[in-house]
Design a protein around this ligand. Structure first.
Ligand code: IFM
Length: 724
């Protein structure tokens, strides 16, 4: 099932529907708001990779002007959900062709006025967006239709655009503006054609440029307006190219553009789709995940995937480790170009990572927890607030989440392993790995008494317990990073890349230090009960239940971790931590240790990060317990359909879409229930399906071939075909 819909209109649904009916193409996202909506309803034409800061407020991604604004007025009053209760209302997403529609019926005088629209993000030309808006009345009705560009856009942390200039070129409205901080130019363009052949009166004012049409509606006649619009920034001759593209689109006509777009989606679904038979809810849910992953695929090496996709300015439009650990595998299996962009974005971010390490007094690279353009760290020391008092809460995510480096290295290893594309190593990848390891080696503390190196004062994936020592996840991931560095050096030495020799010439001291730390790095082992202690002293904390701890909250939006949180003195954790380690490094420990740790940690975990469920789903599968894995899969995969997720954390709005969960759900199916394994260019799979699934089908691109994998309740089939 490829359809998601929602009936009825309520103001309370606006935020969730904005996410549910999001369209996008990786260059931009356009929230699932309605044609007549404005910044009050958080319309956001959100751009990837361009950021701005106003004063001391958060630096966040920029929303472009809204070129799809359209409204009908009757006797000067809006016929709109903003001021009338509709008689009927429905919104729908057809994931098969990436198209969002709405149908709303209003009582106007003694007539029923039906307004419908559809919109789609152009997947072939990243700058363009199209909409069709049509309406009909049961009785004669004289109305005014206005459509154009609304420049009054929503900005979570301020208005980011200044020097707004308007110009008209042929039938196009064009707004140009510059971002406040870096003075980057952003251009939004729009034009429309209609079925009713009336010349519009154009008006510019009150922050809008509008084409007005006065229409004497004849009963049951359908009136249509087609909108051709787009946005461009930072591209050479961007405006000319966009103008050319939209003029061409207009001459082809809306239906042709739509058909071309459908073709794109059909091809994408063909290679990336996953089919679950036997459980329709699960099938729709995974399709929704894939829909979102396709819609946010990065469009260049300068961008990756923000943690809330392109659903707005949540989490400042920044990229987290979610992209490397949770999303990358989907692209590695279905869209290598996007996978490469994810890797190259981090290589391009080395500058920011070197600067961040320097800021904290370390050599090497320290990657941002919340990464913006060129790796700029957007995370602040006072990320959260007390919902009761509004007072900022000091936290150490920015300074102490050193595990981000290792996620990037982990991703690079997977990329290399799957593609053999060593060019990324020669184009800065090796430097990136080396500088990350250099940072780690210098961050480590030598414990003389134990003759070992320890990793002290960190925040692991479980963000509730800050500034802990020897977080097992972090220590093992650092070891993984060191090992990979030496593997890369070996690899490139064998191939005799002069670049590598040159780069390593003056690195002997640093590489000796890395070797030394690697050889004596403390790696926590399971205790007598087989449990790996999450960090030093974790077992000494109060063993309270999640319920107990939640009962101690004074406010439901109160932050549970950090210096003063109710979970801090207990073993209750936010999200998968040791569990994540066991999933990412599944060969470290035998199955019985994995099982014991799953059982120990699963109920001590609050699972309030959307990243927790997929890790637990995967581990439950690895220990051969698909029935326990299924609820985690469903929680994760349905998150952007149901909208059931943490909306606030420590007073901050953290809604939006969850591409990390989408990617995590994909991995859960492919590597969990289907037990897929890569052996060089060969694949194996197994059947671990929960009772609810009859079969699971998907494709995997391996070099120049496509593997068609079908897992049934008691058999596995892998058929190969050429990748054309
Ligand atoms: O990256 C995550 C982090 O691990 C938990 N808090 C939310 C972030 C963004 O998804």
């Amino acid at each position: 099932m490829y359809i998601i819909n929602h009936t009825g209109y309520s103001k309370d649904d606006i935020l969730r529907n904005g996410n549910r009916f999001l369209i996008g193409n990786g260059y931009y996202g356009y929230r699932g708001t309605l044609d007549e909506h404005t910044k009050d309803e958080m319309v956001q034409f959100n751009l990837n990779g361009i950021y701005d800061q106003v004063g001391d407020a958060d630096r966040e991604s920029i929303n472009a002007f809204n070129p799809l604004y359209t409204v009908i007025k009757y006797e000067g009053e809006e016929v709109s959900v903003r001021n009338l209760s509709p008689f009927k209302h429905e919104q729908q997403l057809d994931m098969k062709d990436g198209c969002v529609t709405r149908k709303t019926v209003f009582h106007v005088k003694d007539a029923l006025l039906t307004i419908e629209s559809e919109r789609f993000a152009d997947q072939n030309h990243k700058n363009s967006i199209y909409a069709k808006y049509w309406f009909q009345s049961t009785k004669p009705l004289e109305i005014d239709l206005s459509s154009g560009i609304d420049t009054l856009v929503y900005g979570a942390s301020g208005a980011h655009l200044k020097n707004v200039e308007f110009e008209q070129m042929d039938k196009f409205f064009i707004f140009k503006a510059t971002s406040k901080e870096k003075k980057k130019e952003i251009i939004v363009m729009e034009t429309c054609t209609t079925s009713f052949g009336i010349e519009p009166e154009n008006e510019v004012g009150d922050g809008k440029a509008l084409h007005h049409y006065h229409i004497k509606m004849v009963p049951d006649q359908i009136y249509v307006i087609y909108k051709f619009a787009g946005v461009v920034h930072e591209e050479e001759n961007g405006m000319e190219k966009l103008f050319f593209q939209l003029t061409r689109a207009m001459s082809l006509g809306y239906s042709v553009c739509h058909r071309q777009n459908r073709k794109y989606w059909a091809d994408k679904w063909d290679v990336s789709g996953v089919d679950i038979s036997g459980d329709q809810e699960a099938d729709t849910a995974i399709k929704n995940c894939i829909y979102h992953l396709i819609s946010v695929r990065p469009s260049s090496d300068k961008v990756s995937i923000p943690t809330r996709g392109l659903s707005g300015q949540i989490y400042k439009g920044a990229v987290f480790w979610d992209a490397e650990i949770f999303m990358l595998p989907f692209y590695l299996n279905t869209d290598i170009e996007s996978a490469r962009h994810i890797i190259k974005y981090r290589i391009g971010g080395l500058k920011g990572a070197l600067a961040k390490a320097k800021q904290y007094g370390y050599p090497g690279a320290f990657y941002a927890r919340e990464s913006q353009d060129e790796g700029f760290e957007a995370s602040s020391e006072y990320h959260l607030t007390d919902p009761e008092t509004g007072a900022p809460i000091r936290n150490y995510f920015r300074e102490k989440q050193i595990h981000i480096n290792s996620a990037i290295i982990y991703a690079l290893k997977q990329y290399l392993f799957r593609t053999d594309d060593v060019s990324v190593l020669l184009e800065g990848g090796l430097e990136m790995v080396f500088e990350c390891c250099r940072f780690y080696a210098n961050y480590a503390t030598y414990n003389e008494a134990m003759d070992r190196y320890e990793i002290q004062d960190v925040v692991g994936p479980d963000e509730y317990h800050e500034r802990v020592n020897n977080n097992a996840y972090t220590n093992y991931m650092i070891k993984f990073s060191f090992d990979f560095l030496f593997e890369c050096l070996r690899l490139s030495r064998g191939a005799d890349y002069p670049y590598v020799r040159e780069y390593m010439k003056d690195k002997t001291e640093s590489s000796d230090k890395i070797k030394e730390v690697r050889s004596k790095l403390y790696l926590p082992v399971p205790n007598a009960d087989g449990i790996i202690e999450q960090f030093d002293g974790y077992f000494k904390l109060e063993d309270a239940t999640v319920k107990d701890v939640k009962r101690r909250l004074k406010n439901p939006n109160e932050y549970m971790g950090g210096e003063t949180g109710v979970a801090t003195s207990t073993r209750v954790i936010k999200q998968a931590d040791v569990v994540a380690l066991l999933v990412l490094q599944r060969d470290l420990f035998p199955i019985d240790i994995m099982k014991k740790n799953y059982e120990y940690y699963v109920d001590r975990t609050e699972h309030s990060s959307s990243l927790s469920a997929p890790m637990h789903c995967l581990l439950a599968n690895l220990i051969d317990d698909p029935e326990s894995a299924l609820p985690f899969f469903m929680k994760s995969a349905t998150i952007d359909i149901t909208g059931v997720s943490n909306q606030y954390s420590g007073g901050i709005y953290v809604g939006g879409t969850h591409p990390g969960s989408s990617g995590g759900s994909y991995i859960s199916l492919v590597y969990g229930f289907a037990a897929l394994e890569h052996h060089g260019y060969q694949l194996s799979a197994d059947y671990r399906l929960p009772k609810a699934f009859n079969s699971l089908e998907f494709k995997i691109i391996v070099k120049d071939y496509i593997a068609n994998v079908k897992v049934r309740r008691n058999s596995v089939e892998i058929k190969w075909e050429d990748l054309l």
